[in-house]
Design a protein around this ligand. Structure first.
Ligand code: TMO
Length: 314
């Protein structure tokens, strides 16, 4: 009797599975896929690139400006559907915190490897403005090279907007014992980083800024400072002393857990999307070098690179 019950249950289960796999070829919902936009160029261009790919498949999309850390909670809650640039160093913790609560899934990893780190333009190395760079220990000997009118006699690290890393860089300076020689200034926007790099380059003066790769700056040459190697737990926020650099990291995609069911075709495409460093550098350069709008940059990128993105839809 037990056995019969079990067989009956198995038959019922396979019927259910049949119904579920039947759903996999069901049409995507006409409800918009909500894509967040943040405050650096490749991310915004890629939002419109991925939105354009979804639209080419007949989906509806909607864009919402979102806070770069709080967005993972918004995806978990279903207010936002996806995140297409989850950078390990800056957002890994928020992503995994949301995942631990449930409601957000890992939708795969881009081909591009990433680094988000403090660094200097190539000429700072070529002109030997601070001998020993890119090794971080060289910084102790040349704070004056990186001093500015607003740095109180110390060398200045120009960080990105504080919403990206909070107090991580001031904590790193303290952890490395460099806080008596260097201070951190937060830029108001990514554009402020590029403006400072541009003006420093004209004077060929020393400058330290936060930057990342892949980015449009890869083409010209930007040298990341080599700090003590990252390990899990080395940051102050994770219980460490902060004396470590950023991880050589991944670039992931995230989605609300219902997305595969509500939009199976779009989800399948999203899970296949994998951009390289070249792709992402191009998306940033169309805005930051060629000065296109994000929307125009995305249109231009899509029409020039069908060979890259069409296969994700097939
Ligand atoms: C997240 N970011 C690419 C700005 O470091």
């Amino acid at each position: 009797m037990k056995k019969i019950t079990r067989n009956f249950a198995a038959a019922a289960l396979s019927l259910t599975l049949g119904a579920v796999s039947g759903q996999a070829i069901a049409e995507d919902s006409s409800k918009p896929i909500v894509i967040p936009t943040h405050n650096w160029s490749s991310q915004v261009v890629m939002a419109y690139v991925i939105g354009g790919i979804f639209e080419s498949m007949g989906n509806n999309v909607e864009y919402v400006p979102a806070d770069t850390q709080a967005v993972y909670e918004a995806i978990r809650n279903g207010d936002v559907t996806i995140s297409h640039e989850v950078w390990q160093s800056t957002f890994g913790a928020s992503f995994y915190n949301a995942m631990a609560k449930g409601g957000i899934i890992d939708a795969g990893t881009h081909a591009a490897m990433t680094l988000e780190e403090m660094g200097v333009p190539q000429y700072v190395i070529d002109d030997n403005l601070c001998p020993g760079l890119p090794n971080w220990e060289a910084l102790a000997n040349c704070p004056e090279v990186f001093a500015t009118a607003d740095s109180g006699g110390k060398g200045r690290w120009l960080e990105g907007p504080q919403s990206w890393h909070g107090t991580q860089m001031p904590e790193r300076l303290a952890g490395l014992g460099l806080d008596d020689k260097y201070m951190v200034k937060f830029a108001g926007s990514a554009d402020a980083l590029w403006a400072e790099l541009e003006s420093a380059k004209k004077e060929r003066r020393g400058v330290i800024t936060f930057n990342w790769t892949p980015n449009f700056t890869d083409a010209e040459g930007f040298v990341f400072i080599e700090f003590p190697e990252f390990f899990q737990g080395c940051r102050v926020g994770d219980g460490g002393d902060g004396a470590c650099g950023s991880p050589k990291g991944w670039l992931k995609k995230a989605a609300n857990y219902k997305f595969p069911k509500t939009h199976p075709a779009a989800y399948t495409t999203f899970s296949k999307i994998s951009f390289t460093s070249t792709d992402i550098g191009q998306m940033a350069a169309l805005v930051d070098v060629d000065k296109m709008s994000h929307q125009d940059a995305a249109k231009s990128w899509l029409s020039a690179h069908e060979d890259v993105w069409k296969p994700f839809t097939e």
